[in-house]
Design a protein around this ligand. Structure first.
Ligand SMILES: Nc1ncnc2c1ncn2[C@@H]1O[C@H](COP(=O)(O)OP(=O)(O)OP(=O)(O)O)[C@@H](O)[C@H]1O
Length: 262
């Protein structure tokens, strides 16, 4: 039973079992004519299943745009995005909303918890809305993994920032999405609370088999990832595997001193 519980609900069934999501030749341009900005310039990327991927790069390099396109929160100008074997580019709004609700988890910089609900109610809210019953064994495992067992009856205002973000992490994990996207999930936390949340994200990858993609500016946050992708001017220009914070920092300095890319 535990193995069944630890297996993500969807995914891993197609030809690309090791790849949770992929982008093919994705272009995203905003505006037209002289004000046209190419935020993503023919991006190809595979997001490995069961891995923690960080996306880094200078301000304006396209990190959020890439995350939003991969997550179906934004449309692309051209190219394709796949979640497992489902091509999400071209899906109609209703299908896309359904896909995001059923197959993707989100953690944002602002914790986005409902103040009138306690921690447990916040964690199960998306499933309640979707009319799905949470798997009790899985929920227990998630709550234990994020260290919230003693705080489930507390409302957000009775929790620290770090604990609130852990509730948001548990909420994302509870529905067992194929992939979780985090946009600066530790951006609002001090370094201790940030480290707590990052180690829970790490554990959810190692112990629950979760796939996570996180946009961050912080080399320490990136060092929790298995793989760091570097964006510059809308292109993926480099990547590192199992990096230390110092290695990430050195690489960023290197980009800066060379005037971004090339
Ligand atoms: N809605 C929009 N309309 C016009 N241009 C946009 C829009 N959203 C983003 N851009 C532009 O696209 C480029 C990439 O933006 P994006 O937010 O993806 O960068 P980022 O790497 O996440 O930046 P930051 O680290 O500052 O958050 C930037 O030049 C930005 O100005």
């Amino acid at each position: 039973m535990t193995t069944a519980v630890a297996t993500p609900r969807h995914g891993g069934t197609g030809r690309n079992a090791a790849v949770a999501a992929r982008a093919r030749q994705v272009v995203k341009a905003y505006g037209a004519g002289e004000t046209r900005v190419v935020a993503l310039d023919h991006v190809d990327v595979d997001i490995a299943r069961g891995q923690f991927t960080a996306i880094m790069g200078p301000s304006g390099s396209g990190k959020s745009t890439l995350m939003h396109c991969l997550a179906g929160l934004d449309t692309v100008s051209s190219g394709q995005i796949f979640l497992d074997e489902t091509e999400i580019t071209g899906l109609k709004d209703k299908k896309l909303t359904q896909l995001r609700r059923d197959r993707i988890g989100f953690i944002f910089q602002a914790f986005n918890l409902l103040p009138t609900l306690n921690a447990l109610e916040n964690i199960t809210l998306p499933m309640d809305i979707a009319g799905r019953r949470p798997d009790a064994a899985w929920l227990r495992q998630v709550v234990e993994t994020v260290g919230l067992a003693e705080r489930l009856k507390h409302r957000p205002t009775e929790l620290s920032g770090g604990q609130q973000q852990r509730v948001a992490v548990a909420r994302a994990l509870a529905a067992r999405p194929e992939i979780i996207f985090g946009d600066e999930p530790t951006g609002n936390l001090d370094s201790r609370a940030g480290a707590e949340v990052l180690s829970f994200l790490r554990r959810s990858v190692d112990e629950l088999g979760q796939t996570i993609v996180m946009v961050t500016h912080d080399p320490v946050a990136a060092s929790y990832a298995d793989r760091v992708l570097y964006l510059a001017d809308g292109r993926i220009v480099d990547e590192m595997h199992s990096p230390t914070a110092d290695q990430v920092l050195d690489r960023m300095k290197d980009f800066d001193s060379r005037g971004r890319t090339s």
